[in-house]
Ligand binder design. Structure first.
Ligand code: BGC
Length: 359
């Protein structure tokens, strides 16, 4: 009896010690977090994955981080199944195609494993609990406003020639990036001040599979040929690009057509990838959108911590993101635009890059 009593007291002491030391239940149990990223071939996902892995491990979690090859949906499916079977207590998923993971998501749900959609929403499923991303519509409006302000569309007569590029049709984000930009630009297209000479102006006409740099380059080369664009040909004033991987292909094509920093069309981007920042400094891209992946990663760690403790995670948007099964409670981080004028403060002073990385 006495022995039993001392065992119970010792157990209680251990519990109280851990509680006082502030160990979370999750850290105590070293819960495993499965993180499924789309690809390592685009810069940002490497940063997202590395940031989350470091932050989760620092918070006492075990991490299973997987990249799905070169945006390969079957690989992503298999990796998520492995995470479920391998004992992950929660899944964080940045989908290649938001509609293609249904079977794995159902399995997770059946086993009571909560899912956080990371950056890209998972569509047509009730297996997803929360969404953490940036304000994607604002990304688009910032890009559109940049074009409007650079061309002084409210005061200049124009007309100005524009071509449009957005990303993968399976990525729900393009509806927000492209939709946000078009919400600003459409009135000027309607009035004829902006002219899309190719006539390719719908989301589906301007989408780019896999957000691929070579595909964007090829399409830009075709647009140049078909419309006679060039420094000595038909003027091309602006190219709207939803992100940097596309902008890089567009820059290659424009440079190939003879454009230089002196006469380069306005060209937008997103992510502040190293290649794009170098192009911005060289005058062969005009702007990018800075989405601090450290902020998003930190928010997701907080979210998962709350979920595993049975608490309500912090969200700041409960109206925008309907995935077809209802509104998914979301946390939206704030995107800001980056140009040659503010990049130092945004990217260097904040420690995101060193000046050397951008040389
Ligand atoms: C992300 C962008 C990224 C793109 C291509 C989108 O879902 O939000 O930041 O540029 O995918 O990787």
């Amino acid at each position: 009896m006495r022995k039993l009593f001392s065992v119970v007291v010792a157990g209680l002491l251990v519990f109280v010690l851990f509680a006082c030391a502030g160990f979370s239940g999750a850290a105590f149990a070293a819960a495993k977090v499965g993180i499924s990223m789309p690809t390592q071939s685009l810069q940002r996902w490497n940063q997202d994955g590395a940031n989350m892995k470091a932050m989760f491990e620092a918070a006492g979690y075990e991490v299973d981080l997987q990249y799905a090859g070169e945006n390969e949906v079957p690989v992503q499916l298999a990796q998520i199944e492995n995470m479920i079977n391998g004992g992950s207590k929660v899944l964080i998923i940045a989908a290649i195609d938001g509609r293609a993971l249904a079977t794995a998501l159902e399995d997770a749900k059946a086993q009571g494993i909560p899912i956080v959609a990371y950056d890209r929403l998972l569509m047509d499923t009730d297996a997803v609990s929360y969404y953490a991303t940036f304000d994607n519509f604002k990304v688009g409006t910032l890009q559109g406003e940049f074009i409007r302000d650079q061309l002084k569309l409210d005061t200049e007569a124009g007309p100005f020639n524009i071509e449009l590029f957005t990303g993968d049709p399976g990525d729900n984000n393009i509806n927000f990036f492209f939709g946000g930009a078009i919400s600003i630009l459409q009135p000027y297209i309607d009035s004829g001040k902006l002219v899309v000479k190719s006539g390719q102006a719908t989301r589906d006409q301007v989408a780019t599979l896999g957000w691929s740099t070579p595909r964007a380059q090829e399409r830009m080369e075709n647009l140049i040929t078909a419309n006679g664009y060039g420094p000595d040909g038909t003027p091309l004033h602006v190219v709207y690009s939803s992100n940097d991987s596309l902008a890089n292909g567009i820059t290659n094509a424009l440079v190939g057509a003879g454009y230089t920093a002196e006469n380069f069309p306005i060209l937008t981007g997103q992510d502040c990838d190293v290649t794009s920042m170098k192009n911005i400094l060289a005058g062969t891209q005009s702007m990018s959108i800075f989405k601090d992946t450290r902020t998003l990663a930190a928010q997701v760690v907080k979210m998962v911590d709350a979920i595993l403790k049975g608490e309500q995670p912090e969200v700041n948007d409960t109206t925008t993101y309907d995935n077809g099964s209802g509104i998914i409670p979301s946390f939206l981080c704030d995107p800001v635009f980056a140009t040659i004028d503010n990049y130092r403060e945004l990217l260097i002073d904040s420690g995101y890059y060193t000046e050397d990385q951008l040389r």
